[in-house]
Design a protein around this ligand. Structure first.
Ligand code: NAP
Length: 95
C-alpha cells in the first residue's frame, strides 16, 4: 500500500525483547511488531494501567503472544542504561 508505515521485522522466534515506553506510541507499535514476528515481549513503562491495557491489546491482536509488563525492568533500565551492541537503541534484546 502506498504510504504505508507498517513496521516489518524478520522472524524473532526464540528471542526476548524488553521495550521501554511500550505502553503507547512508537514503543507500543514496536512491541506489537516484535510480538507478531514471534518474539517474547516484555513491556516496560511508568503506568501500570496503560501496561495492562497494552498487554490486552497485543494479546487480542497476536494469537499466542508471549507478552508481559514489568515495571521493575523499566526502573532498572533508567538507573543503568544497557549497552546496545547489535541492537536498535531503546530495544534491548535479551538472548
Ligand atoms: N508518533 C510519531 O509519529 C512521531 C513522529 C516523529 C517523531 N516522534 C517523536 O518520537 C518520540 C516518541 O513519540 P511517541 O508518539 O511514540 O510518544 P508517546 O506516545 O508520547 O510516548 C510513547 C511511550 O513513551 C512513554 N514516555 C513518554 N514520555 C516519557 C517520559 N518522559 N518518561 C518515560 N516514558 C515516557 C509513554 O509513556 P506514558 O504513556 O506513560 O506517557 C509511552 O509509553 C517523541 O519524542 C516524538 O516527538 C514521534
Amino acid at each position: 500500500m502506498a504510504g504505508s508505515t507498517r513496521l516489518e521485522i524478520s522472524s524473532q522466534l526464540g528471542r526476548t525483547a524488553a521495550i521501554t515506553g511500550a505502553t503507547g506510541g512508537l514503543g507500543y507499535e514496536t512491541a506489537l511488531a516484535l510480538a507478531k514476528a514471534g518474539s517474547e515481549v516484555i513491556l516496560t513503562g511508568r503506568d501500570d494501567r496503560k501496561g495492562r491495557s497494552a498487554i490486552e491489546k497485543i494479546s487480542r491482536e497476536v494469537a499466542g503472544a508471549k507478552v508481559s509488563y514489568n515495571l521493575s525492568i523499566w526502573r532498572a533500565l533508567h538507573r543503568s542504561p544497557p549497552s546496545h551492541s547489535g541492537c536498535t537503541p531503546g530495544i534491548p534484546l535479551i538472548s
